[in-house]
Design a protein around this ligand. Structure first.
Ligand SMILES: [Zn+2]
Length: 240
C-alpha cells in the first residue's frame, strides 16, 4: 500500500496576507493544495522547480475554499484536474458577483456573511475589502471550467481524505494526508497556531461553527498546515 502514503512539502508558507501552498506527492502523482494570491505565481513556480517539478507535473489541484488568496494560481497548472466543492464555488461566485455589481457592498455583505453586523465594521472598511477582492478575483485565475472536478461527486486519490470543515466559509474542506505521521492541510479552518494571530482574511461565515471546527481539528493531535502560519503540532490537551 506504499502508493497510499504521501509526502507533504510546503511550497509557500502561509503568512497573514497569503495562504500556505502545499505539495503532496506519492510515488507517481503530485497534488497541490491551495495556490496562493495571483501575485505569488513566480514564487510558487520557483518553489515547485526547487523540488524538481514543472507545473505540468501537477496532476491535481485542490482548493480548500475559493477566497482569492487560496486559488489565485490555479491557472498555472493547465494540465491539472482542479478539485473544489461545487457548493462552495456557487456560494463564492454568487458573493463576488453580487459584491462587484453593487454600489453598496455593505448591503450585499450580510446576505453572504450573516454575522457581519455583529462586528460593527465601518462602511468604509467593507468597501475597502470589496475593492481588494475585486483587484484579485479573476475567474480565469481559477483555471478552465473543464478542469473543474467537484469534491461532492469525485474522489481524490487514496490516502487523501476530504474533511468537511465549515465555519470560515459554508463549504470549506481540509485534506487529511496519509503519511508516516498523518498531516492535516487545514486551509482556513485553522488560520494559525495562535488563535489570536492577526490574519488579513474575511470574518468567519459562522463564528461558533468556525471555532468548533478549529477545535475538532486540533483535538486530533495531528500535524497541521494552517492557512496562514507555520506548520505545527497541537499541544496535547492539558489534564483537567
Ligand atoms: Zn479564507
Amino acid at each position: 500500500m506504499m502508493s497510499d502514503t504521501w509526502t507533504v512539502d510546503l511550497l509557500l508558507e502561509g503568512t497573514p496576507y497569503s495562504s500556505s501552498c502545499t505539495l503532496l506527492s506519492n510515488r507517481t502523482r503530485h497534488v497541490v493544495v491551495d495556490t496562493g494570491l495571483s501575485i505569488q505565481e513566480a514564487d510558487l513556480l520557483h518553489a515547485l522547480r526547487a523540488k524538481g517539478l514543472e507545473p505540468a507535473d501537477i496532476e491535481i489541484v485542490v482548493n480548500t475554499h475559493l477566497h482569492v488568496d487560496h486559488c489565485g494560481n490555479n491557472a498555472a497548472f493547465s494540465r491539472a484536474a482542479i478539485f473544489m466543492s461545487q457548493a462552495e464555488w456557487r456560494w463564492t461566485d454568487a458573493f463576488y458577483t453580487a459584491l462587484f455589481n453593487s454600489r453598496a457592498p455593505e448591503r450585499v455583505a450580510p446576505e453572504f456573511y450573516p454575522e457581519v453586523a455583529s462586528y460593527g465594521l465601518k462602511t468604509r472598511t467593507i468597501r475597502n475589502v470589496a475593492r481588494m477582492a475585486r483587484l484579485f478575483w479573476k475567474r480565469d485565475r481559477l483555471g478552465r471550467p473543464e478542469q473543474f472536478q467537484w469534491l461532492e461527486t469525485s474522489n481524490l486519490p487514496a490516502g487523501l481524505e476530504v474533511l468537511s470543515t465549515p465555519g470560515h466559509t459554508p463549504h470549506h474542506v481540509s485534506i487529511r494526508v496519509s503519511a508516516p505521521s498523518p498531516v492535516i492541510v487545514a486551509g482556513d479552518a485553522v488560520l494559525a497556531e495562535d488563535a489570536e494571530a492577526k490574519i488579513r482574511t474575511m470574518i468567519p461565515y459562522v463564528r461558533a461553527q468556525f471555532l468548533a471546527t478549529r477545535q475538532t481539528l486540533l483535538d486530533r493531535g495531528e500535524m497541521i498546515v494552517p492557512g496562514h502560519g507555520p506548520v505545527f503540532v497541537p499541544h496535547p490537551v492539558a489534564a483537567r
